[in-house]
Each structure stands twice: as C-alpha cells, then as structure tokens.
Design a protein around this ligand. Structure first.
Ligand code: ACO
Length: 426
C-alpha cells in the first residue's frame, strides 16, 4: 500500500497512505480541499476520520484488544497501581521506583484545595449534579494556577490537576450529603485518600477497607484512556486553540457527562432499577430494546469501536462477582444484569449488530456495592480518565503537525436572499 486514488468530476487525485505501528492504514487527506479546489470529505460522527497520529493507546475493536503504551489492559489491570498507569500514559514509559516515588510525592503534596476554592461549594445547591461541580471546579483551577509557560510548570499543573480532582470529587459528594469536608491525609495512597475523603467523618476513625481500595484501583485503571473518544477529542479540540490544561479538561468532563458516553454508567443502574421495580421481567426490556418504535436502548450495550466483547467489561464482570462476595453484598441488580447479558448475547438482533456489554455495564454494579451513589458514577469515570485526557492533551500540544481544529461543513441552507424590513414581512 502506498497511495490512495480518488476520482472526482473526471479528474484523478492521489493521496498518501499513513500506516501505523499495528498496520492500520489511513489516507492522509490534508491536501484534499486545496487539490480539489474546494471539495471536502463528509463523515458524520467522524467514525472514519483520524484526527491525529497517537502513540498512547491502541484499540482493535473487532478483536477486542486494548493496550496502554503497548501493554495489554489485562496485564496492566492485574499488576499495576493507578498512579503507575497515570505515569505510563503521561510520560510514555513505566516509571522506575524513584520516578514513581517522586510522582506520588507530588500527588500527595498537592491534594489539598486552596481554601478559597472550598467556598465555591457553598454556592452550589445540594441537589447539584456532581459532574456540574467537577467541571466548574476543574475550570476554576486555572484561576489559581496560571497557564504553564515552561515544561516544569506544565508538569506541576498536571500533578495539581490529578491530585486535586479527587479532592473536588469527594467534596462534591460531601456537599450533596451535607457532611463536613474531610481533608486529604499524606500517609494514604491516591485511591485510599479518595475513599477516605468520601467516607470518613470527623466523629470517628475510618480505615479504608482493602477490598474498596483494590476495586477502585481496578476501576480507575480500566477507564484511564480509550484513544480518540468523544471526551478525549473534545479535550484535544479545545486544547488545539491553545486553551490551558484545566479549561481543556473541564470541557472533556462535560463531554463525558452525556448518556451515550460516560453518563451511561449511571443510566445502566437506573435501567436495572427500573426493571427490578417493574417485577424483574428483563425479557420485556430486551424486546423493547429491539422494538424500533420504542426509543429504549439497553444501556451499557454497544460501542462505537468495539464490535466484540469490550475487554474492560470482561475484566469487570469477573471483578463484580469477587467484590460483591468480599463485601458480602447480595445485589439483585447483578442477577438482572447477568440475565440481560445472557439473553442479549444469544439474541439475533444483538448478535447481528455486534452489540456486546461495554465497560459501563458492570462498573455501576461495583460502584454501588462500594457505597458510591449513582450520581457519582460518571465522576468516578472522569477521575479514571484524567491521565488519558492529560496524556492526549500533552501529545497534541507537542505534535508539530497540530493546528487549530476547524472542521468544514456542507451548507444546505437558503441561497442568497434579500433582507425584508419588518413592516414588509407577511
Ligand atoms: N440497545 C439496543 N439497540 C442498540 C443499542 C443498544 N444499546 N446500541 C445500538 N443499537 C442498535 C441501533 O438501534 C442500530 O440498529 P439499526 O442498525 O437497526 O438501526 C444499531 O444497533 C447500530 O447503532 P448505532 O447507534 O448506529 O451504533 P453506534 O456505534 O453509533 O453507537 C452507542 C454506539 C452510542 C454506544 C450505542 O451502542 C448506544 O447508544 N449504547 C447505549 C449507551 C451506552 O452504553 N453508552 C456507553 C458507550 S461506552 C462509553 O462511552 C464508555
């Protein structure tokens, strides 16, 4: 493979092929509009469009493969701590012990919020969705920590963001339940610190249960990056205007919120609760999902990229049994989920369309068993996705080929017409 040929209006054009390290081919159409004197390509949802070359995450959706910097997700999930994965994604290699120690020290040292920022929480109603709080507070970090002018400053802002986002997330929860904020503790790990800030109260001692720590570590790792998805592309798009790190990531958090993306984990639990409240008749809901006259979809099923079992869902399905058993939780929603999955995997409608459970299908069950409320699920996703967004933002900023993202359109509106003064409009 070398070039792609395109014939348009009787004229032939050639465009170079770019081949990635896993042999995926892309036609480089950077010169398309200029060469064809004004034609563009049209690709709804960008499903056939590569926006960049990236060395961070590899996915083969047909085969169900996911690798971070070349390491299979199964191996990373089995052996790593989340902070190591953050380092790997952002810096491109697994840290040595001393690199990891100083990275962790930074994350520990910067985990408190500026005291003035605590006052922001007073302004939100207690009914505020924690995603609204998280995105607003992350954007607000740019008011305290100005734009990074050197590599050292950028590294520091990256550490600040990773360290403070979990504090913001825990405070958003405390605000909701009306409990006092719990300050981070420097003798706790990243995941332990988050759980401590979520579940401790000043009135008594709280020891982070190991099972929660392990489950959270696994969940954050599995969400850490997923190449050019909707929120990551948003982070890159906003960052392409040279907006600062905090503003770009805040935009990504908003993009994640939608139910077709990260918001699906909340929707999965709401769907399972609805099925349970309706007598547990899951077959009825499978039938509804197949019925084209209903707009009901099985939440947590299907993926724009995976046309095979999502490898993260496979890991989480196993983990959900283990975590619920260790916590002694018997959740009828898990049975409904398993039955839905069994039926859907056998059903011709789902098989034909290659609709498999995605990462959100089992993550909510685990979060629920951990005592994390449904409205916090997408926040948990965002905490996990932070290192991926940061790594992608940094890669974009360092790529000499990057330019401001500015898609084109095919205009389908009115042709030129003349303005009519209001008294003459019929
Ligand atoms: N339930 C029922 N039918 C579905 C589902 C579903 N969850 N997902 C897709 N389909 C059907 C569609 O109706 C369509 O059928 P048709 O060909 O007869 O018209 C076909 O499968 C293809 O659907 P598209 O929407 O074109 O698939 P796409 O790849 O664009 O969408 C998406 C992927 C948005 C994830 C979709 O599968 C969906 O809405 N799933 C539910 C929400 C969800 O779980 N989102 C989380 C995604 S993962 C993540 O962001 C972490």
């Amino acid at each position: 493979m070398s070039n792609a040929k395109l014939s348009l209006d009787g004229k032939e054009y050639e465009f170079p092929l770019v081949v990635g390290s896993e042999n995926e081919a892309g036609v480089d159409i950077s010169s398309f509009r200029k060469a064809t004197e004004g034609a563009i390509t049209l690709d709804y949802g960008y499903a056939n469009t590569g926006s960049c070359e990236s060395a961070i995450t590899f996915i083969n959706g047909e085969k169900g493969i996911l690798r971070y910097r070349g390491y299979p997700i199964e191996e990373v999930a089995e052996g790593a701590r989340f902070t190591e994965v953050c380092y790997l994604l952002i810096h491109g290699h697994l840290p040595t012990q001393s690199e990891l120690d100083s990275f962790r020290d930074g994350l520990t040292y910067h985990s408190m919020l500026h005291e003035d920022m605590k006052k922001f929480f007073e302004g939100f109603p207690s009914s505020a969705h924690p995603m609204a709080i998280l995105s607003a507070m992350v954007a607000s970090l740019s008011a305290y920590y100005p734009d990074s002018e050197s590599d050292e400053q950028l590294d520091l802002n990256i550490i600040r963001l990773l360290a403070k986002a979990k504090t913001i997330a825990a405070y958003a929860y405390k605000k909701r339940v009306g409990q006092p904020f719990i300050y981070p503790k420097n003798d706790l790990s990243y995941t332990q610190n988050f759980l401590h800030m979520m579940f401790a109260v000043p009135a008594e001692e709280y020891q982070v249960p190991e099972v929660l720590d392990h489950a959270l570590n696994l969940l954050l790792i599995l969400h850490a990056d997923h190449e050019q998805n909707c929120s990551t592309s948003t982070v890159r798009m906003v960052g392409s205007s040279q907006a600062n790190l905090f503003a770009s990531i805040s935009a990504g958090i908003c993009a994640l919120w939608g139910p077709l993306h990260g918001g699906a984990n909340q929707k999965v639990i709401e769907m399972l609760e609805r099925i349970q409240a309706d007598g547990g008749d899951y077959e009825k809901y499978v039938a509804m999902a197949k019925d084209k006259s209903s707009d009901f979809r099985l939440m947590g099923f299907g993926h724009p990229v995976y046309k095979n079992y999502d490898p993260r869902a496979r890991i989480l399905k196993k983990a959900s049994d283990r975590v619920l058993e260790e916590l002694g939780v018997d959740d009828p929603l898990l049975d409904i989920a398993k039955n839905l999955e069994r039926i859907a995997l056998e059903d011709e409608f789902f098989v034909e369309r290659k609709l498999y459970p995605n990462v959100d299908f089992y993550s909510g069950i685990i979060y629920r068993a951990m005592g994390i409320p449904t409205q916090m699920f997408t926040v948990m996703f965002a905490l996990g996705r932070l290192p991926g967004w940061i790594a992608q933002w940094k890669e974009m900023r360092e790529d000499p080929k990057m330019r401001i993202n500015r898609p084109r359109q095919i205009y389908i509106g009115e042709n030129e017409r003349h303005f009519v003064p209001i008294e003459k409009r019929g």
